[in-house]
Write a protein that binds this ligand. Sequence first.
Ligand code: NDP
Length: 300
Amino acid sequence: MKIAFLGLGDIGTPMAHHIAGSKHELTVWNRTTSKAEDFVKAHNNVVVASSPADAVGGRDVVITCLPSSVEVEELLHRKDGMLPSLQEGSVLLDCTSGDPETSRDIAAELATRGIEFVDAPVSGGTIAAVEARLTVMCGGSEAAFTRVKPVIEIFGKKIVYCGPVGTGHTVKAVNQALLAVHILATAEALVAASKAGVNPAVALDVINASSGRSNSSENLIPARALTREFPRTFRLALLDKDVDIAARLAQSVGVPAPLMQLAARLTREAHELLGEEVDHVEAVRFVEKHGGAEIRDTAK
Ligand code: NDP
């Protein structure tokens, strides 16, 4: 198959590396061209496209992995954009964590040209991407999903068909709302315990053998907050975008979801305080600032 990949960011790059190493023919495009040029240095069989239009012409599957649906729409419609060059019968496989409504609009526009759309956001983080074991949640027609599944299998391990266009993005958004709730709630619990005189490392040891545990308490906070290392794998700005999608989605279907709405507000405030480039787990700094204590191992 001829495949195009647009968006060589933190997660897009390792995903594209696996496709470059497969039997398929790959063209890449990235807004910052130097990143695409660095990418092809590692794969001499891959071609760098000069524009989104150039990337997608004659391709069977076009993969986008961009910050949000806003950029997907922009790449379709800009002057040198994808839309006029996408070939009839091709599939746009959108691995962006996008918003379901925009994706349904895009799918409807593409359908008038005989092009299918599958939303296929991923989860598992950059480590799972490097190890080609991402979870991929897909929305689209079953026929289009069946066609692109062999491509998704190159970087995904658990691949779930969720239903029509937009359902992959819906599942991703609600998962991200849970992630934000878990990070913020665990941070609140540890800051409170710390101010009450308990070493956060000791509190975590107990929580992780008890019913309050989560991926945030078992993995994210010990490895990133307790160590104060905060490596960047997934930007807080992107989590803010995701939780906002979930909160708006809940509202649009008439579910009050006060926890989701609050998580969206707090994640936005943390993003505003900490800026565009910090990792999502740094949201704990926002809780620490208001709580007046840090989540660190006080025995060290
Ligand atoms: P990054 O911010 O690292 O990369 C974003 C990519 O989009 C870059 O290639 C960037 O280009 C490109 N881009 C940004 N704005 C534009 C624009 N206006 N026009 C064209 N290209 C643009 O994001 P990630 O790779 O981390 O995330 C990509 C998607 O995957 C997001 O939706 C995110 O929520 C999701 N995701 C990320 C995970 C992670 O662990 N990082 C995990 C699961 C999902 P440039 O290089 O020029 O900046």
